[in-house]
Design a protein around this ligand. Structure first.
Ligand SMILES: [Zn+2]
Length: 217
């Protein structure tokens, strides 16, 4: 399985990736972790990446793809599947990824979108409250009545990041960046969607059903 996982903030895709990782014995590759790994091992690619980061610049796609190429080739040799979390984020990155796989003589299994309706994402995200006393975060319904920290009984407040307006803005940015990516994978016939409305377990169940249908192991 070679999987790209797509989903907005609050879609829970990171946690779903963890479930798939266990169930299917695949690796979860996040570009942040891969970068840190190359840098701490002081590899040639790590040094290249670090030189950009030290200058406060983004690591170019070409460097990121080289790192991914190296890593995924290792997995192909071990015959182990993987899930990409957080990559690609743009159409050029997606094009480069498919090109990379083509050179490896393999294909992407699918780009899986966890599609959560906007109102549900906003509800999930804006239900996060922080304790004034111990900084623990907790979830409650936006109109819920629980007003104390479950850890210490302290008073709860909502950080600016967790406020509805901030979240709506983040969603707008996410949508603007991700719509073209979704369209790209759809055009290539690689896009699959699962309904991201419901509990965490319900969503996992839908993903696993989809994999069963497609005979993905
Ligand atoms: Zn507290």
């Amino acid at each position: 399985m070679r999987l790209v996982l797509l989903g907005g903030p609050g879609s829970g895709k990171g946690t779903q990736a963890d479930v798939l990782k266990k169930k299917y014995n695949v690796a979860k590759l996040s570009t942040g972790d891969l970068l840190r790994g190359e840098i701490s091992n002081n590899t040639k690619l790590g040094k290249q990446a670090k030189s950009y980061m030290d200058n406060g610049e983004l690591v170019p796609d070409s460097v990121m793809i080289s790192i991914l190429d190296k890593k995924t080739t290792e997995f192909e040799e071990k015959k182990q599947g993987y899930i990409l979390d957080g990559f690609p984020r743009t159409v050029p990155q997606a094009e480069a990824l498919l090109e990379m796989l083509k050179k490896q003589g393999v294909t992407l299994t699918m780009a899986l979108l966890i599609d959560v309706p906007k109102h549900e994402l906003v509800r999930r995200l804006s239900s996060r409250w922080t304790c004034k006393n111990c900084s623990a975060t907790t979830f409650k319904d936006p109109d819920g009545n629980s007003v104390v920290c479950p850890q210490c009984g302290g008073e709860l407040y909502q950080r600016d990041d967790d406020k509805r307006e901030t979240i709506l803005n983040r969603m707008k940015v996410y949508k603007k960046n991700t719509q073209p990516l979704i369209a790209f994978f759809e055009e290539k016939g690689l896009l699959e969607e699962v309904n991201g409305f419901g509990s965490f377990e319900e969503i996992s169940g839908r993903i696993i059903n989809l994999f069963n249908e497609k005979d993905i192991k």
